[in-house]
Design a protein around this ligand. Structure first.
Ligand SMILES: N[C@@H](CCC(=O)N[C@@H](CS)C(=O)NCC(=O)O)C(=O)O
Length: 269
């Protein structure tokens, strides 16, 4: 449990359940989820104390679709209202809790910061998952990931600053970090390595990011990653991994990004 994150157990508290003392919002999360981690990084950066509720995505309660039509984490409940989608949640946190400011004030600088994480979200993340799903070092898929990692290297090089957001980690750093935290896991599954000679700036950025207290506070147990993603890539995710008493997987499910079987993923008609 981190200092801002009041709960790390697995009671499925309801959206309207009272918040634990000192908490100002509730975050529906899943321990291994990189998207939920974006929101966690933002909340931690702003020292917002919140109630984290880990959802078993294999057995979502029906009401979960009322707070996020897509049935995905993260979802924030704040002042009785729900906000979903990781980038929207993170922007919401930035605006609802303005200190410290994580985005640059200058409009062009802010646009650049958006361009960085947008590229990673649009191109890097799908390339990451395609390689993970292959489960081995498929040449073409590894080259595609390298191309987008290379673009991130180029952005950082052009920016000429230690972080995408300047002299300290900011919004774009936290929006891209969760997948870089998972690159060693991708290496375990596929033998992919982010080459330090091809990507020196990014390699130094990763090393700097690991030292950031916010990253440390939100990091996910590396031992669980490989186990989780090994199951996930074959279509049998266990979203309760890391729980004190893991439940058995009850059914065969399909996988990520539209490959899940809609009858098990979506709201029951
Ligand atoms: N575009 C969404 C993606 C979120 C997402 O895919 N979350 C996954 C967990 S990592 C999820 O909740 N999946 C629902 C499911 O597999 O049933 C965002 O940015 O928040």
């Amino acid at each position: 449990m981190s200092s801002v994150d009041a709960n790390d157990e697995d009671t499925l508290r309801l959206p309207n359940d009272p918040l634990p003392p000192g908490c100002v919002l509730r975050l529906y999360s899943m321990r291994m989820c990189p998207y939920a981690q974006r929101a966690r990084l933002m909340l931690s950066a702003k020292k917002v104390k919140y109630d984290r509720v880990n959802v078993d995505l294999n057995s979502k309660p029906d009401w979960f679709f009322d707070i996020n039509f897509y049935g995905e984490v993260p979802v924030i409940i704040h002042k009785g209202k729900n906000v979903y989608e990781s980038l929207i949640c993170s922007e919401y946190v930035e605006e609802a809790f303005p200190n410290p400011q994580m985005y640059s004030v200058d409009p062009y600088q802010r646009a650049l910061e958006r361009i960085y994480y947008n590229h990673w979200t649009k191109k890097g993340v799908p390339a990451f998952y395609s390689l993970m799903r292959a489960g081995h070092l498929d040449e073409e898929l590894a080259a595609r990931l390298d191309e987008h990692v290379g673009k991130m290297e180029e952005f950082l090089d052009k920016a000429g600053t230690p972080y995408y957001s300047g002299s300290k980690p900011g919004f774009s750093d936290y929006m891209t970090w969760p997948w870089f935290e998972r690159i060693p896991m991708l290496g375990e599954i596929t033998d992919y390595k982010m080459s330090a000679s091809k990507f020196p700036k990014l390699t130094a950025w990763v090393q700097r990011m690991w030292k950031d207290p916010v990253v440390q506070e939100c990091k996910i147990d590396g031992k669980l990653f490989v186990d989780h993603y090994s199951k996930y890539r074959t279509g049998r995710p266990d979203f309760t991994i890391g729980m004190a008493k893991p439940e058995p997987i009850k059914e065969t499910l399909e996988n990520l990004d539209g490959l899940r079987d809609p009858s098990t993923r979506d709201r029951k008609k």
